[in-house]
Design a protein around this ligand. Structure first.
Ligand code: DGJ
Length: 694
């Protein structure tokens, strides 16, 4: 019997179908199809031809391709019985549950006592398609691999783009040509990791930031994943995302994959980026006070590191508040035994040598300066010399001869006793003090992959949040080592990178905006000399790069010259005046004709205004800046455009380009087709252009 289903929003259609009782396959995912399209015909047309050397029927690239049907590529599921014998399931259709924007398909394998479910839901407002797969079994099984529902990949693409990175160098984009076989990304570190952000873009030939077709994927899981992008011998292509094999150490009878988030756009990478940004902001993050503006942060890490003293911190807090900071985050070093990163992770008790009267005097001072108080913790970790470990040696993950990371061990969060202990420590800390924000760090990889650890962390965060509903959390893992939609279900801000070097940040946050909105992306003004790169950068550049995201300061404000102080305050004032609309704005990548320029446009949700940040990351080859074309404006309408920081033009900019001295009115058509002609500038500087719809 032929069965077909479809899900549609205004811009995309997903069609699934099967001609017999086996697992359905995605027969179409792309631009919206008309309502009258005959799905049975699409299913029939999806069938590829066969020629010599092939089987007598084509094994389906189904939602979970089955080895039992001689599928010629990576199967969607790999499992074995308790005795180690591999199982080769073969599922048949049971039922479908269809709603306007969701679809659940149930299958069973009676021989092996297994049931498989694929679920899809399409968000008509954000255009994000979310799926997961579930396997249940009569008997416990070892599940080595279960992909979220498997998607075919378009043939119009020559390449794929995925992401790698390192400490202080997150979100590096890799372009790989589609060739025979598998591009496999596998993260066995036990956290999302800098190295393998779980995202993938499939741009059709010719697609760029602003135009063309792009299919995008993100796997919302914080414990390590595997991505398989495979070109089969017959030319078909598949994409699979699942937990990294080996993460499920125990046998299971019921397992659901994390969510796979997908979107299709015919407006280039920006179409996907906007979908993900809005979905994160509106659907994934749960804000305790959604209408409260994002506060300007002050974080003391790169100011003082572990050398905390009440008097110095009070001075710093006063200066930070006078710059416009609204939240003061006390970073690592406030608790017992923490004079460097070699010890102290254990009980989360205030260090009475540094704070003889506890944290209250500092908190009172910070509150008196009109700021919220936040604090750093790293609850999943423990120092090897912690007395707690002597009492509970079995609370640690990994063996005695394991290699330490940042001199620390990992607590076994799958152990309910460990979770209760940590909940006790943290809830005591939060109950005893006026703390509204926690920066939650995770500075080493796990000794071995273990998915139960991630679920334990999720459970602890969930419990803490339900006990302290007004609490906001920041996800940090040596910078951007735990950035994904799974952690964002529980947190409100991401520490995207440990580099506060504005030049490096410019690139990192530009790439990350394919998935992340301003609302959750922290970005700080670092010290004059960046401690992680050694670079000296001008205050204007540092401040504007931070102002592109959720702005903060992370340096010793006592180092500021009067001019730097004034400049920084001006930018913070500007950010505070604009943050409400920028919180909801779409971050759009601009296609610059000059590779030295990294430029983006924040567009008001109703299109009534925009701000363009055009960063100059290197010296240009040509003399004059090439016009920078804007995007998504109303072609026939007019905009008043002004170069906000024209006073930053260097003396070597000797000419008189219009925007250097005047604001001007242009049509959207001109701004999108010709673009803005900006003044000459130094590398490591950034132009800020405001536009208002008239
Ligand atoms: C790593 C983080 O990414 C930094 O911001 C800082 O919090 C340190 N850990 C503290 O140890």
């Amino acid at each position: 019997m032929i069965r077909c289903w479809r899900l549609d929003d205004e811009r995309q259609t997903l069609v699934l179908g099967t001609a017999h009782e086996a697992l359905a396959q995605v027969v179409y995912w792309g631009a919206r199809l008309p309502d009258h399209e005959d799905l049975g015909t699409l299913l029939a047309a999806h069938e590829i031809d066969r020629t010599g050397g092939m089987l007598d029927a084509t094994p389906e690239l189904s939602l979970c391709p089955e080895a039992s049907r001689t599928f010629p590529g990576h199967p969607g599921m790999e499992l074995s019985r308790s005795d180690g014998q591999s199982l080769l399931p073969s599922f048949t259709f049971c039922r479908a549950e269809e709603a306007r924007f969701s679809l659940t398909l149930d299958y069973s394998d009676a021989v092996h006592g297994l049931r498989y479910r694929a679920h899809f839901s399409l968000d008509a407002q954000t255009h994000v398609l979310t799926s997961h797969a579930r396997l249940t079994s009569d008997e416990p099984v070892y599940l080595r691999w279960l992909a979220a529902p498997v998607m075919p990949c378009p043939q119009q693409a020559d390449e794929m783009v995925d992401f790698s990175g390192r400490w202080c160098g997150e979100f590096q984009m890799n372009r790989t040509a589609w060739t025979a076989g598998i591009r496999l990304r596998e993260n066995r570190t036990g956290r999302t990791g800098h190295e393998h952000f779980p995202g993938l873009l499939i741009p059709a030939r010719g697609a760029n930031a602003t135009s063309g077709e792009v299919w995008a994927f993100h796997f919302g899981w914080s414990g390590g994943h595997r991505m398989v992008a495979e070109a089969l011998p017959d030319g078909r292509r598949q994409v699979q995302f699942g937990l990294a094999p080996g993460l499920l150490l125990d046998q299971v009878t019921d397992f659901t994959t994390p969510r796979l988030y997908m979107t299709y756009s015919d407006e280039g990478v920006n179409g996907c980026a906007v979908a993900f940004q809005r979905h994160v902001r509106e659907r994934i993050v749960t804000w305790p006070s959604p209408d409260k503006p994002r506060p300007v942060h002050y974080n003391c890490w790169e100011a003082i590191y572990f050398e905390q003293s009440l008097d110095v911190l009070k001075d710093i807090a006063t200066l930070a508040a006078s710059l416009g900071a609204e939240r003061f985050v006390l970073d690592d070093g406030w608790f017992e035994g923490r004079d460097d990163d070699r010890g102290g992770l254990s009980l989360w008790e205030v260090d009475r040598r540094k704070y003889p009267q506890g944290l209250d005097p500092l908190i009172a001072h910070v509150r008196g300066e009109g700021m919220d108080f936040g604090i750093w913790i790293e609850p999943e970790m423990i120092s090897p010399d912690a007395p707690l470990l002597r009492a509970h040696p079995d609370w640690v993950l990994g063996g005695p001869d394991q290699i330490l990371g940042r001199h620390q061990l990992v607590l076994d969060l799958a152990n309910p006793k460990v979770q209760s202990h940590l909940f006790g420590c943290l809830s005591r800390l939060l109950t005893a003090h006026d703390i509204s924000y926690v920066k939650w760090d995770h500075n080493r990889v796990l000794p071995y992959p273990d998915g139960a650890q991630t679920l334990g962390t999720y459970a602890l965060m969930d419990r803490l949040r339900s006990s302290f509903p007004q609490l906001e959390l920041e996800s940090c893992a040596s910078g951007g080592g735990r950035v994904d939609f799974g952690i964002l279900e529980r947190t409100h801000r991401l520490w995207l990178s440990d580099t506060n070097d504005a030049l490096e940040r410019l690139r990192i946050q530009y790439a990350a905006s394919i998935f992340l909105p301003l609302a959750v992306t922290g970005s700080h003004v670092g010290p004059r000399q960046c401690p992680t790169s050694g670079r000296h950068l001008d205050m204007g550049f540092r401040a504007w790069v931070a102002a592109q995201r959720h702005m903060g300061i992370e340096m010793d404000p006592r180092e500021l010259t009067c001019a730097e102080f004034r400049r920084l305050k001006e930018v913070i004032d500007w950010w505070r005046a604009n943050r409400t609309w920028m919180f909801r704005a779409d971050l759009l990548r601009l296609e610059s004709n000059d590779p030295a320029i990294i430029a983006e446009q924040h567009l008001h949700e109703d299109g009534e205004k925009f701000v363009v940040f055009a960063g100059k990351a290197a010296t240009s080859d040509q003399i004059a800046p090439r016009p920078l074309r804007l995007t998504r404006l109303k072609a026939t309408k007019s905009y008043r455009v002004a170069l906000l920081n024209r006073n930053e033009a260097p003396a070597l900019s000797r000419g008189s380009p219009l925007l250097k001295s005047h604001s001007a009115v242009f049509s959207g058509a001109y701004l999108m087709n010709n673009g803005l002609t900006l003044p000459w500038s130094f590398p490591e500087s950034l132009w800020v252009v405001e536009g208002q719809l008239l």
